[in-house]
Design a protein around this ligand. Structure first.
Ligand code: HXC
Length: 259
């Protein structure tokens, strides 16, 4: 267990880290110190060669993350606010560029910066009490941690626009219908289901998993021809790994691959 002021980072299984935003009294709102802890926790995970999956969740049963910390944001100057947004954007981007898949386990409110954090993970599992929204306009500001860009990419422009200008929240089932979350589970099962998925991922060839993530993440901003060319390159590169020899050999010998 690595201990930070506002983040818990633990090994939830042999190759699986679980990062918990831990400010339950303020529904896990993200202040500057918590962002710094997030960056430090990411350093730990990124430097562990044995890590295969990262789970991200919030403390308590009510909230994943209820947004950026409004009490800390209120007095910011324009330049401080810009810097705060940029700092979070850079840290959230690290979830997308991390070598291993990151799954958000949304156990309640995912609002503003919380929704943006969840959307920076590779995919989302939601508890049945989850609520997703970008209520920034009700505070007189736009989203600042990527919401105006990641939300339309996930739910389409029209629904994103509706959420961004009205501040309306989606409950877990509507988020499922809209493709924002992959599955909805009873709150008590959420972690177990996250760990089950993590175990499935951890059984696969880690380099192939890393390349697959990279191809999806980088490919979505390229034209199809260049994106597919990148796929050919990384597919080819897989044949330089022992994982490819082992994976294919194991199939032909009718046994499970050992990666
Ligand atoms: C600071 C917060 C907070 C937040 C909740 N709290 N959200 N503190 N920042 N984002 C605190 C409350 O002030 C309260 O503290 C305690 O947590 C419990 O919250 P309640 O409001 O009493 O709970 P409840 O009535 O159940 O309502 C839950 C809620 C509501 C609907 C989630 O708390 C809410 O609307 N929160 C704000 C959500 C939001 O607007 N998020 C977007 C932030 S802007 P006390 O001391 O009273 O017990 C953002 C922009 C990012 O994220 C970009 C910046 C660059």
């Amino acid at each position: 267990m690595h201990s930070f002021e506002n983040i818990l980072l633990e090994k939830a299984a042999a190759n699986v880290y679980c990062l918990t935003v831990n400010r339950p009294k303020v529904l896990n709102a993200l202040n500057q110190a918590t962002l710094q802890d997030l960056a430090a926790a990411l350093d730990v995970v990124a430097s562990d060669q044995d890590a295969r999956v990262l789970l991200v969740t919030g403390s308590g049963e009510k909230s994943f993350v209820a947004g950026a910390d409004i009490s800390q944001m209120q007095g910011l100057t324009p330049l401080q606010a810009k810097r705060f947004g940029e700092q979070a954007l850079a840290i959230f981007r690290r979830f997308e560029t991390l070598d291993i898949p990151v799954i958000a386990l949304v156990n309640g409110f995912a609002l503003g910066g919380g929704c943006e954090l969840a959307m920076s993970c590779d995919f989302i599992f939601a508890a049945d009490n989850a609520k997703f929204g970008q209520p920034e306009v009700s505070l007189g500001v736009t989203p600042g941690f990527g919401g105006t860009q990641r939300l339309p990419r996930l739910v389409g422009r029209a629904m994103a626009m509706e959420m961004l200008v009205s501040g309306r929240m989606l409950d877990a089932n509507e988020a499922l219908q809209r493709g924002l979350v992959n599955h909805v589970y009873p709150q008590a099962e959420l972690m177990e289901q996250g760990l089950k998925m993590a175990a499935k991922i951890a059984k696969n060839g880690p380099t192939a998993v890393k390349f697959s993530k990279e191809l999806v993440q980088r490919g979505q901003d390229l034209d199809l021809e260049n994106a597919c060319a990148m796929e050919s390159d990384l597919f080819g590169l897989c044949f330089a790994t022992e994982e490819q020899s082992e994976g294919m050999q194991a199939f032909l010998e009718k046994r499970k691959a050992n990666f």
